[in-house]
Write a protein that binds this ligand. Structure first.
Ligand code: NAD
Length: 496
């Protein structure tokens, strides 16, 4: 049984088991009520999941690509069919607005399974030019041929962050399985229930036992056990830069292959000729999309001095018009952040910025939120969409990731200064340029130390390589790049 009375179970080797170390509460960030209890995996549970993935790898890695594609297509179909089971659970555990929960969880995750079902069929072998080699003490001479072939890495530990639980996991699981790897998933402690439930989808789709296992835990130990295991070949991680550093260190002794999608501090560079009707909603997505708990959000608005006042007042109007509150109400745009601890962290950044000299234009902490929000809902972990002006690049709020609905505005004088400020943080995940001159924007993009650059748009393209420069990560996922991330290159050489 996957769950009883809201008590969820671990999914290991195609069957369900209670957590060896009990269970813990998963709380709805809007109502503060219990959503369900997630299993607290013991070290033996993690070892069992890794053993199951290792055993399944022997056969799964040798299946035909068409068979792997068929399994992934079935997973996508079952997930879409079970949409109505998933949406309320995902909404409750993440606190996402109903609009985001219903349009951007199940359909996007299903699309990822579908995309990488096709991915399983992409060529994995490329022929190299023949080489006429003279005889040597090593071997006879002759025409020597070779291929470069992509092979699966092995057992992949997928450790994910909160916000879009099954989407984030599907972005790892689908390409890893398509390439012939097997997976042990470790979802975020805050919203793991949809990921556990994904086990039901794999069961119903008739996936071979052991190719996908899920272990959960309330603390760092469950993920750390995967990182330490010599039987785990690769860690695919999405989360904070601080934990990414820890994983890089802990994975060192076993030389883990690492794919790291880490934090961001996106700069939106607004040039003097920018169309603010494009720039404002894009920057405003930091408030309007999942309460700013988005790694790619344009949280730093860098604006040419000549447009500074106009941008600040435009952003203030945009923020003030956003309905904040109960995520189940269809008109709500800004719901809660994930937990009380995270709300307190975001508020500390806001208070710290004001103490350092920033000007609070709108929003703020619970102390000063009276304008423009008459009141927060009685329960839930809300932060008002907050705009801070007169920020300098050296302030903490301009350098560290807040991961909440907070935008800072920093003026610049010319392109040189804009680039210097944009590149001045430890992060480099996603930057933006707003200009009427797209050729100039394109040239400027090349100077931004950032894995992606949006030109006049916050829209994403799923086939692009996605990942970070600097301390925003290592490796790339997205499209075929994501598929390749889960492969090792093997050379095969022969003489005819
Ligand atoms: P987090 O780093 O606190 O936790 C992420 C995961 O790591 C969780 O599953 C957690 O249990 C696990 N973990 C914690 N300590 C560990 C350890 N020592 N060993 C192994 N696993 C460990 O991140 P979070 O608070 O869940 O998510 C927010 C962060 O995620 C932000 O920094 C955000 O930018 C980042 N993020 C990045 C992307 C991206 O694609 N670049 C996407 C979403 C979120």
């Amino acid at each position: 049984m996957p769950s009883t009375e809201n008590e969820f179970r671990l999914f290991v080797d195609g069957s369900w088991r209670a957590g060896g170390d009990g269970s813990y509460a998963v709380v709805n960030p809007a109502t503060e009520e219990l959503v369900g209890r997630a299993p607290e995996a013991s070290p033996a549970d993690v070892a069992a999941a890794v053993d199951a993935a290792r055993a399944a790898f022997e056969t799964w890695s040798r299946t035909k690509p068409s068979e792997r594609a068929a399994v992934l297509f079935r997973v996508a179909d079952v997930l879409l069919r079970r949409n109505d089971d998933f949406v309320p659970l995902l909404q409750a555990e993440t606190g996402a607005t109903i609009r985001v929960a219903s349009s951007m969880q199940v359909p996007v995750a299903a699309e990822r399974f579908r995309r990488y079902a096709h991915g399983a069929l992409e060529p994995a072998v490329s022929a190299l030019a023949p080489n006429a080699v003279p005889a040597s003490p090593l071997a006879a001479g002759g025409l020597t041929s070779a291929v470069a072939a992509r092979r699966p890495v092995g057992v992949v530990g997928c450790i994910t962050s909160y916000n879009f639980p099954i989407v984030n996991l599907a972005g790892k699981l689908a390409p890893a399985l398509a390439m012939g790897n097997t997976v042990v998933a470790k979802p975020a402690p805050q919203d793991p229930l949809g990921c556990l439930k994904l086990g039901e989808v794999f069961e119903e789709a008739g996936a071979p036992p052991g190719i996908f296992n899920v272990v959960t835990g309330s603390g760092a130990a469950t993920g750390a056990a995967l990182v330490a295991s010599p039987e785990v070949d690769m860690i695919s991680f999405t989360g904070s830069t601080a934990v990414g550093r820890r994983i890089a260190a802990d994975g060192g002794p076993t030389l883990k292959r690492l794919l790291m999608e880490l934090g961001g501090k996106g700069a939106a560079v607004v040039l003097e000729d920018a169309d603010l009707a494009k720039a404002i909603p894009a920057i405003g997505s930091t408030w309007a999309f999942h309460s700013g708990q988005i790694c790619t959000a344009p949280t730093r608005a860098l604006v040419h001095r000549s447009r500074y006042d106009e941008l600040v007042s435009g952003l203030a109007r945009f923020a003030a018009a956003l309905p904040v509150g109960d995520p189940l109400l269809p008109g709500t745009v800004v719901g809660p952040v994930i937990s009380a601890a995270h709300r307190d962290r975001v508020e500390a950044y806001i208070a710290g910025a004001v103490a350092e000299g920033a000007r609070l234009v709108t929003g703020g902490t619970r102390k000063e939120h009276a304008t423009p929000f008459p009141d927060f809902p009685p329960t839930g972990y809300y932060v008002a969409p907050t705009l801070l002006a007169d920020v300098t690049p050296t302030m903490t709020v301009a350098r560290e990731e807040v991961f909440g609905p907070v935008v800072v505005v920093i003026p610049f004088q010319d392109d040189e200064e804009a680039v210097a400020i944009a590149n001045s943080t430890d992060f480099g995940l996603y930057d933006y340029v707003f200009t009427a001159d797209t050729a100039r924007g394109y040239e400027l993009a090349a100077r931004l130390r950032s894995g992606s650059v949006g030109l006049n748009t916050a829209q994403r393209h799923p086939e692009t390589p996605f990942g970070g420069f600097k301390q925003s990560g290592t490796g790339r996922d997205g499209g075929s790049y994501g598929l390749h991330a889960y492969s090792e290159m093997q050379a095969v050489v022969w003489q005819s």
